[in-house]
Write a protein that binds this ligand. Structure first.
Ligand code: SAH
Ligand code: SF4
Ligand code: F3S
Length: 444
């Protein structure tokens, strides 16, 4: 009988992309994917460590997997991803969760087939975590989730060390892929039917890609966008994430030059208080951020701007928080991900003494969400009556004329359309709006 695998992925697009690579490797080895975890021969959990609730959900999942392993002692259990790049977590897994067979990290995903063979043959537990990223390994297989859109990594790691954030410790230093490798991958995806690519990096604005490590010449992010914009058959280019401190005039200009570049930017602000931003080591202030927003809107009037905001960073006063509310109103975000500050062991802010009590964090969080939602709703209302280009991404199972898709500004649209349009970019008249989505009808 064919062997099956199941992968559970926590965290960001980086992890989703890594899971696609793991799936590709397993399929190459003759495995097939199963949606039913309890029936799989291999279970992989790809972990995230960005906030405490991600850690908690992981340990909860391990508890469920224990029961599956009791039913099926032949089951191979593997855990990987950002949590495994932290020694204290690996120690906990080893001591408290002995039913885990294989632990590996974010830097040695390419070793997975070999590690798995080791487990299969020797039936011994194995921990293989590299402390830092070596050379970028190209040409790994990948099993994509969608036929018509795909992520493309352009760089790995992060050098920014925002004081609250664990990512620089779990993903290592910044490394950019060669432009020629990115181009090759994008061209192959287009040949395979992909219309939209999303370029991934923790801070795409600091992309520095060169063909020859010894030469001084490199492509920056806007050069890369211009190059990819020229690929025939590719219809949309997105990217994330973009750090405000490195957002260049050249990138703003690229929106004018690249018709395939979606009219959207995810530009995490984190806080509206310049004092807190300094404590966070973000290297920009409130006014600088608002100035970027102004310049973006001037150059690209229909651009959608989305963001991430953290509430309750150590030392945040009511005054700091009201600066955040003020910035949210002035920036006019199309939507925002809002987070409660979460202490991450090993980061500088974890050691700060003036941690904010949970009830104050929650109370501010609720006020922030109300403010953000009100603006999102009004931004969405502005879309009513317009016609938008929408990439149709799926149909309702019950009614194939009910489609869902995304505008260039990344807004979710539920719309009535012709059956069989999934994977195509169609014109949709926007007829209604909600806080988190739009409603529409496909134009004839
Ligand atoms: N590289 C991206 C974001 C990566 S993490 C960037 O710099 O924008 C995604 C988001 O998680 C961050 O933007 C931040 O808002 C949030 N985040 C990171 N660490 C956090 C922490 N310790 N507590 C709460 N939210 C956090
Ligand atoms: Fe974390 Fe800051 Fe790097 Fe983003 S830029 S991954 S928030 S350290
Ligand atoms: Fe989480 Fe790692 Fe992404 S910590 S947010 S999965 S880079």
């Amino acid at each position: 009988m064919e062997k099956t695998f199941h992968i559970q992925t926590f965290g960001c697009q980086m992890n989703e992309r890594d899971s696609e690579t793991l799936a590709g490797m397993l399929i190459q080895k003759g495995y097939t994917e199963t949606p039913v975890r309890a029936q799989a021969d291999i279970i992989i959990v790809n972990t995230c460590s960005v906030r405490d609730n991600a850690d908690k959900r992981f340990f909860g999942t391990l508890g469920q997997i224990k029961k599956i392993k009791e039913q099926n002692p032949e089951l191979i259990t593997a855990v990987c991803g950002c949590m495994m790049q932290q020694q204290h977590i690996v120690d906990t897994v080893k001591s408290k969760y002995p039913w885990v067979d294989l632990v590996f990290g974010t830097h040695n995903i390419h070793e997975f087939p070999r590690l798995l063979e080791n487990i299969e043959n020797e039936k011994k537990k194995l921990v293989a975590v590299w402390e830092d990223g070596g050379e970028i390994v190209e040409g790994l297989p990948s099993e994509r989730r969608y036929p018509f859109k795909s992520f493309v990594n352009i760089m790995y790691g992060c050098n920014n060390f925002c004081t609250y954030c664990i990512v620089p410790y779990t993903r290592g230093r910044e490394r950019s892929r060669k432009p020629s490798e990115i181009r090759k991958e994008a061209e192959a995806l287009v040949k395979d039917g992909v219309k939209e690519i999303t370029l991934l990096g923790q801070n795409v604005n600091s992309y520095r890609g060169s063909e020859d490590a010894d030469s001084d010449s490199y492509m920056d992010f806007s050069d890369l966008l211009r190059m990819l914009n020229g690929i025939p058959g590719l219809e949309r280019i997105r990217f994330m994430t973009s750090h405000p401190k490195d957002l260049s005039e050249r990138l703003i200009q690229a929106y004018g030059d690249c018709e395939k570049l979606c009219r959207h930017i995810h530009l995490p602000v984190q806080s509206g208080s310049s004092r807190i931003l300094k404590e966070m080591n973000r290297r920009y202030g409130k006014e600088e951020y608002l100035d970027l927003v102004r310049r973006l809107r001037e150059a690209v009037p229909d651009i959608a701007i989305t963001t991430d905001i953290i509430v309750g960073f150590p030392g945040e006063t009511e005054e700091d928080f009201s600066e955040t509310l003020d910035l949210v109103k002035k920036a006019g975000f199309d939507s925002a991900f809002t987070f409660l500050y979460s202490i991450r062991k090993g980061t500088p802010a974890a050691e700060y003494e003036n941690q904010i009590p949970e009830e104050i964090k929650h109370e501010r969080f609720n006020r922030l969400v109300d403010a953000v939602n009100e603006i999102s709703a009004s931004k969405n209302r502005e879309m009513v009556g317009k016609v938008a280009d929408v990439l149709a991404e799926g149909q309702s199972k019950n009614d194939p004329t009910i489609n869902t898709g995304r505008t260039s500004g990344h807004k979710l649209v539920n719309f009535k359309g012709k059956p069989g349009i999934t994977g195509q970019i169609v014109k949709v008249k926007i007829t209604g709006s909600n806080t988190f989505s739009l409603v529409g009808e496909q134009e004839e």
